[in-house]
Write a protein that binds this ligand. Structure first.
Ligand SMILES: NC(=O)c1ccc[n+]([C@@H]2O[C@H](COP(=O)([O-])OP(=O)(O)OC[C@H]3O[C@@H](n4cnc5c(N)ncnc54)[C@H](OP(=O)(O)O)[C@@H]3O)[C@@H](O)[C@H]2O)c1
Length: 267
């Protein structure tokens, strides 16, 4: 479906928007009248996007490559935008397969290092706009990142994925305080399982056995609500939120023992 987007409409950039949650959020914003720019590394996904959504601008960049990352930020500095969503992420069945060197570098680069670079750059861009005092869409200046509920639990046997998402949650929280004087909203999403193709691919095509898994549509609706309500950390679905809350209130030695037993069982 093609939507008529005005030239002066607010502009969203989605880093990691070529598939899954990032793409769903991009399309939702487009439906609401936003101009959209999407970044990803997969050539096939970008070609398909360009065919199906010619009104969405795309940039190809491998975020694990420092030079490409810097080139991307230089290019995107020419684009005026009001909101940036960092949805790029890399995950494996770390609990099932031992973390190898390639996965280790990939997870660290995408979930943590590129995220830090992009958030730092994007916050400067939004701050400059806030200081210019341009009233158009000033209420929409915002940064959003997609972490994971795995990052909300503090325990020693956490995976690299969980630790990098935990760092993302902490970083986002710091940016939220730092950008408040500039009236820039910062929200982080710590979601449970979402039924995306990437998650299905990791589970032999079917992720329906994952506890409390939700559809992409449901996830988009939770995320849009978190943005609208200016939530600092959006944790969903509700049963997962209660479980994590309860686990975080257990005495640390007991939590560690429980999760150690779970890790041993999974392996
Ligand atoms: N699905 C879940 O259950 C779940 C739950 C909690 C949190 N999350 C988080 O949600 C985010 C999206 O996950 P998803 O399930 O929607 O998976 P996805 O479809 O694989 O989305 C990941 C996005 O990151 C991009 N990306 C990956 N590596 C990249 C690279 N080297 N350079 C540039 N872009 C890269 C991908 O684009 P290209 O393929 O084009 O490179 C894609 O657009 C991730 O951060 C994930 O950790 C997912």
């Amino acid at each position: 479906m093609s939507v008529l987007i005005k030239d002066d409409a607010p502009h969203l950039i989605v880093i990691g928007g070529t598939s899954g949650i990032g793409l769903a959020l991009a399309l939702q914003h487009q439906k609401l009248g936003w101009q959209v720019t999407i970044v990803g590394s997969n050539e096939n996904k970008i070609t398909k996007l360009n065919l199906e959504h010619p009104d969405i601008r795309t940039y190809r960049c491998d975020l694990t490559d420092l030079i490409q990352r810097q080139r991307l930020m230089t290019e995107l500095s020419k684009v005026r935008f009001e909101r940036l969503i960092y949805s790029a992420g890399s995950y494996t069945n770390e609990r099932v397969h031992t973390l190898n060197q390639v996965d280790s570098e990939q997870i660290l680069a995408i979930n943590l290092q590129a995220f830090q670079d992009i958030f730092s750059w994007a916050s400067q861009q939004l701050k400059s706009q806030a200081l210019e005092g341009d009233k158009a869409h000033a209420d929409k200046l915002s940064l959003l990142c997609i972490a994971s509920i795995a990052g909300t639990l503090d325990y020693p046997y956490a995976s690299l994925y969980a630790k990098s998402k935990r760092a993302m949650i902490a970083t986002s929280s710091a940016y939220r305080i730092a950008l408040a004087p500039f009236h820039i909203q910062v929200t982080c999403i710590a979601s449970g399982y979402i039924d995306t193709q990437a998650l299905r691919d990791l589970n032999n095509g079917d992720a329906s056995h994952k506890p409390f898994i939700i559809s992409i549509d449901k996830a988009v609706s939770h995320i849009m609500q978190a943005i609208d309500n200016n939530v600092e950390l959006g944790v969903f679905p509700r049963p997962m939120r209660y479980i994590v809350h309860a686990l975080n209130h257990l005495p640390k030695p007991l939590l560690n023992r429980l999760l150690r037993a779970k890790v041993d069982k999974d392996n």
